[in-house]
Every structure is written in structure tokens, then in C-alpha cells.
Design a protein around this ligand. Structure first.
Ligand code: ZN
Length: 197
């Protein structure tokens, strides 16, 4: 099999496009899913401290509504990913929670991002079966982050202009605050339209 496809990063405009719906049992869709899972594992093997929890198709340059989500987010030895086609948020519930998020397409930057605690989504499995699922906490956050990708939205958009919300991973694998004025302010790679609201 060919080498894993590289994950695209900001400011690639494909990350900012709205993706189109896909059909189950389409060989092209199945091929993209294979490439996504391969790239998730490849990325993780190159990043000692990080675990790939999920990926959206635009991150490989395909503007199609496909995401893959890791079955067990706490276990680096379980590299099973579940593909979801056309995932949609039906409803969000619960308090707003703030937690750290990173993105393969926004290298080295992390953010403390507000998200609702719970989400209900609907999607199709690879074979076309319709599923509805309820998720909370980190899984809910992950699903919302990935569905955002299908709409051209990145986690940094949710913390636009918030000087104390940005972090980076240091050499020990810990998060430390990132200097906003140096790295984020006027950074056209992150915010092509400017970072002010
Ligand atoms: Zn992401």
C-alpha cells in the first residue's frame, strides 16, 4: 500500500471550505476512509506525546462529509477507528465546558475551547446504516470538533481574540501558555480574514 497521505495544515484553503455529502458503499468514499485511518496512525507514530482521536476528510484535502473517530481514546494500542458519513449535530445540551483541544491541521497550537457538555448526532455507518448517538464530555467535544471541519470551522475560531486561551506543547509534553501577541495576533495563516471579531 502507498505511503500515508500527509495531513494538510493552515492556511490551506481546503480547510475553510464546506464539504459535500457522501453516499455509503461508494468505492471512492471507502478509499478515502482507508487513507484517513492510515494517516491517523502514521501521524501518531511520529508524535510521541499525542494520540490521534479523530480526523475529518478535509484534513487530507477531500471536501467530503466523512469523519473517523477512535474507538478507545485512552488506549494507544487500540488503533480501531469508526467511520461516520454525513454526521450532523441534532442537539447540544448541558453546561458549557472549557477544555484543551488540538488539531492535526493547526500544528503545535492548542486552545482552551468552550463546547456544550453533551451532543446528539446522527450519521451513517460505512454500510449505510443510520445511527443516532448521544455523547458527553471528551467524545462530545471530539465529534463537534470534527463536524466543524466539515463546515470549514477550526477550533481556533471558537477562541478568536481570547488572549489567554492559546497554549503550546513544550518539550516535556506539557501544555504551556502561548504568547498571543507573538504567535496569534495578525497571524493570517490561522485567520485569513483577521483575528478580530
Ligand atoms: Zn481538527
Amino acid at each position: 500500500m502507498a505511503k500515508a497521505k500527509e495531513v494538510i495544515v493552515t492556511p490551506d484553503p481546503r480547510l475553510r471550505k464546506k464539504s459535500v455529502k457522501v453516499k455509503a458503499r461508494d468505492p471512492e468514499v471507502e478509499q478515502i476512509i482507508k487513507e484517513m485511518i492510515k494517516s491517523c496512525i502514521d501521524w501518531e507514530n511520529k508524535h510521541e506525546f499525542e494520540l490521534t482521536t479523530a480526523m475529518a476528510a478535509p484534513q487530507l484535502g477531500y471536501n467530503k462529509r466523512i469523519i473517523v473517530v477512535r474507538e478507545d481514546m485512552s488506549n494507544k494500542d487500540n488503533a480501531t477507528f469508526i467511520p461516520l458519513l454525513n454526521p450532523e449535530v441534532i442537539k447540544t445540551e448541558g453546561k458549557t465546558q472549557y477544555d484543551y483541544e488540538g488539531c492535526l491541521s493547526v500544528p503545535t497550537i492548542y486552545g482552551k475551547v468552550p463546547r456544550p457538555a453533551k451532543v446528539r448526532i446522527k450519521a451513517q455507518l460505512e454500510d449505510g446504516t443510520e445511527v443516532r448517538l448521544k455523547a458527553s464530555d471528551f467524545l462530545a467535544r471530539t465529534l463537534m470538533h470534527e463536524i466543524d471541519h466539515l463546515n470549514g470551522i477550526l477550533f481556533i475560531d471558537h477562541i478568536k481574540g481570547q488572549k489567554d486561551a492559546f497554549y503550546k506543547l513544550n518539550d516535556q509534553g506539557d501544555l504551556e501558555p502561548l504568547d498571543y501577541d507573538t504567535y496569534i495576533k495578525n497571524n493570517k495563516d490561522l485567520y485569513p480574514d483577521g483575528e478580530e471579531n
